[in-house]
Design a protein around this ligand. Structure first.
Ligand code: ME8
Length: 643
């Protein structure tokens, strides 16, 4: 099968923001998902560079429009790799091939009688780059741009859109998937229940020169949509490129609701006039708001994707946007929400599952995938087998949040599976080795299939997980849902590899946003100074977060005899630097459960941030000091609170 997925081509009058990033992440995740299922995929994005808005922005900076367009277009192109977005083609409407094809299409449609010259007056919104009908206005203003449209009367060329109205209505009725989600299909059908006006497709050069000249009248340039929409064809080599042959019949467009009408009405009618088949599906999403307010330059709340990547990491940004927005509805971005998702869904749930499982495989089966008992339990197998069809249906239908909910259901079952089966207890009883091996095999195989389904969403984390499981990130066992999406394929004896933490936690303070209020700080200082130094109140003791931590990795720190770097689970993963290097070797520590203070202010030691403190008793042996780690008498779940 083949897939052709596109994003809108973005105007170069503004820099990339979270809204552009979201649409492009969606298209990227979908294209990676289709590749996982075995499809040959073409994914296209690009920039829309002609028109009033761009000419105006360039004039403001006193540079020619092309110079300005080159600069902003490059910004978009350079932003996508930072987000692990890998388009196959980046189209610009100033590309010579695009310009030539737009002109030849205009010539063809004009010759067929579908373009005519007329006098027109109407209400024009510069923001939308189109005429609005009276009905669309809210209190006399454009609902999207909150400005009154301009009354414009001039002679122009028009496309006979009205001629195709009935055919379009029929097509939408006959193809329920043509516009999704359904609310937008209904919106389009409701709009089409009124007579459709023809579409103005030109601007006189006296008013705008920055556009593509009409081939049949050099006094005019085409008006933005007749230029922009055609990018979906020129980008695949229309009219006679092989990619056009291969991809056009399966085209799918992703847009936000702001440009529904041009994509659901102008574009299909243009294709009808050109005698071409219509695209297969149009996927329409809602808006990202920031703290419930529309993102806008004037409010100053525009969120830049590159900055988010720097603060939270690319996988977190991709996961957050796809998980948080129900495709079709609006969603709200705020920093607390992204931190909460990172710490809970990523660090705690998947990060923890991965590091605990790999640590146990390292400890109990020497880092090799063990052989399971074929009559062992099928708890995780069933969980994965239930999830896969839901995941596939949701991904096919652009319901990314539903796909991820189904995946997280498996992650949560796998974490429970560890607690229920207590591999550390099984490991103490040599007669239960087969059971231990079955439990550990099931965890490893579950992680392989999780790696596969997370690959389109978080390609970087999935690659790390694959390596941890001892597989090349492009190995078919983690990259082919079609060939290897079945339970039980991870070869026994596969050698796991040590991996760094998948998702280190983010502390709110680091973002500089959640500093305690000045008043609160003062009160705390007062309490500190009025309490005698060696007497602890109950409240003060309660403030110490003592926990049981499981050491999963222990390493020497270069140039230090005393310090060891410990990776522990409390239950989320942390790094703690401990001064016990003279008393313990790293090998003695892995697998040990120790007591830690989990709410210490992070401190940097030998360049490593230590997020907690390990407790040890101090004693003297033969006149020399010795530290003995404080631990618990029975193995219990990591993270248990010490009361
Ligand atoms: O309309 N939330 O370009 P554009 C979600 N050049 N998505 C958003 C968003 C938000 N707040 N803001 C923007 C154009 N987007 C034309 C398109 S296509 C042939 C020509 C995303 O730069 C979303 O995909 O205004 C929206 O449809 C698009 O950016 C508009 O980009």
């Amino acid at each position: 099968m083949t897939t052709y997925i596109t994003t809108p081509i973005y105007y170069v009058n503004a820099q990339p923001h979270l809204g552009h990033a979201y649409t492009t992440i969606v298209a990227d995740a979908y294209s990676r998902y289709r590749r996982l299922t075995g499809d040959t995929v073409r994914f296209q994005t690009g920039t829309d560079e002609h028109g009033d808005k761009i000419a105006e922005a360039a004039a403001k900076e006193d540079v020619p429009p092309k110079v300005y367009a080159d600069r902003i277009s490059a910004l978009f192109r350079e932003t996508w790799p930072l987000l692990d977005i890998q388009p196959d083609h980046f189209i610009r409407t100033t590309d010579a091939q695009h310009v030539a094809v737009v002109q030849s299409i205009l010539q063809q449609v004009h010759a067929s009688g579908d373009i005519y010259f007329d006098e027109y007056s109407g209400l024009y919104c510069r923001g939308c780059e189109r005429f609005l009908t009276e009905k669309e206005l809210v209190d006399g203003l454009c609902p999207d741009h909150q400005v009154p449209p301009q009354e414009i009367a001039e002679q122009n060329y028009f496309f006979r859109m009205s001629r195709y109205q009935e055919r379009l209505i029929r097509h939408i009725h006959d193809n329920p998937e043509f516009i999704t989600p359904e609310r937008y299909r209904n919106e389009v059908l409701s709009f089409l229940s009124e007579p459709l006006e023809d579409l103005c497709i030109s601007r006189p050069k006296s008013r705008l020169t920055w556009g593509i000249e009409l081939p049949f009248d050099s006094g005019f340039v085409t008006y933005v949509w007749f230029d922009a929409l055609i990018n979906y064809l020129t980008g695949i080599g229309y009219p006679d490129g092989v990619d056009f042959e291969r991809y056009w019949s399966v085209a799918e467009h992703v847009i936000a609701k702001d440009i529904l009408k041009p994509h659901a009405i102008y574009w299909p009618t243009m294709l009808m006039s050109m005698g071409l088949p219509l695209y297969r599906r149009l996927h329409v999403h809602g808006y990202w708001n920031v703290d419930d307010t529309k993102m806008s330059k004037s409010i100053g709340n525009v969120v830049r994707p590159a900055q988010l990547v720097e603060e939270y990491g690319v996988d977190t940004l991709r996961y957050f946007t796809l998980r948080e927005m129900s495709f079709g509805l609006d969603a709200s971005f705020n920093r607390d929400a992204i931190i909460a998702r990172k710490n809970s869904d990523l660090a705690n749930d998947i990060g923890n599952l991965f590091s605990r499982s790999v640590a146990m495989l390292q400890k109990y089966t020497a880092g090799l995938v063990p052989s399971p008992d074929s009559s062992g339990d099928a708890v995780l197998q069933q969980a994965v087998e239930q999830m896969l069809p839901i995941y596939r249906e949701a991904m096919d239908g652009f319901q990314f949040h539903r796909a991820l909910q189904a995946v997280w259901e498996v992650i949560s079952q796998a974490n429970k599976y560890i607690v229920t089966n207590e591999p550390w207890v099984l490991a103490k009883d040599p007669t239960r080795a087969i059971r231990l091996h079955t439990v550990l095999y099931n965890l490893a195989e579950c992680l392989r299939l999780l790696t596969m389904v997370l690959r389109p969403i978080m390609p970087g984390a999935a690659a790390k997980m694959a390596r941890g499981l001892g597989l090349d990130p492009d190995h078919e066992l983690v990259s082919s849902l079609a060939g290897c999406g079945r339970w039980g394929l991870l070869p026994v004896g596969t050698e796991l590899q040590p991996t760094a933490s998948l998702f280190p936690r983010v502390e709110k303070e680091k973002t500089g946003e959640s500093q305690p209020a000045a008043g609160k700080k003062k009160a705390e200082t007062k309490a500190e100074t009025t309490t005698a130094a060696n007497v602890l109140t109950f409240d003060q003791f309660q403030n110490v977060d003592l926990r049981v931590a499981e050491i999963i990795v222990a390493e020497k720190i270069k140039k230090s005899e005393k310090l060891l770097q410990l990776t522990v689970l409390v239950p989320e993963q942390r790094t703690i630097v401990a001064g016990i290097g003279e008393y313990y070797t790293p090998q003695q520590l892995v697998g040990k459960q120790v007591l830690v203070v989990a709410n210490m202010k992070p401190a940097t030691l030998m360049g490593i941030e230590s997020q907690g403190m390990v407790l040890a008793a101090r004693t003297m042996v033969d006149g020399k000091e010795r530290l003995v780690l404080a631990t618990v008498s029975d193995e219990i779940p990591a993270g248990s609170k010490v009361a």
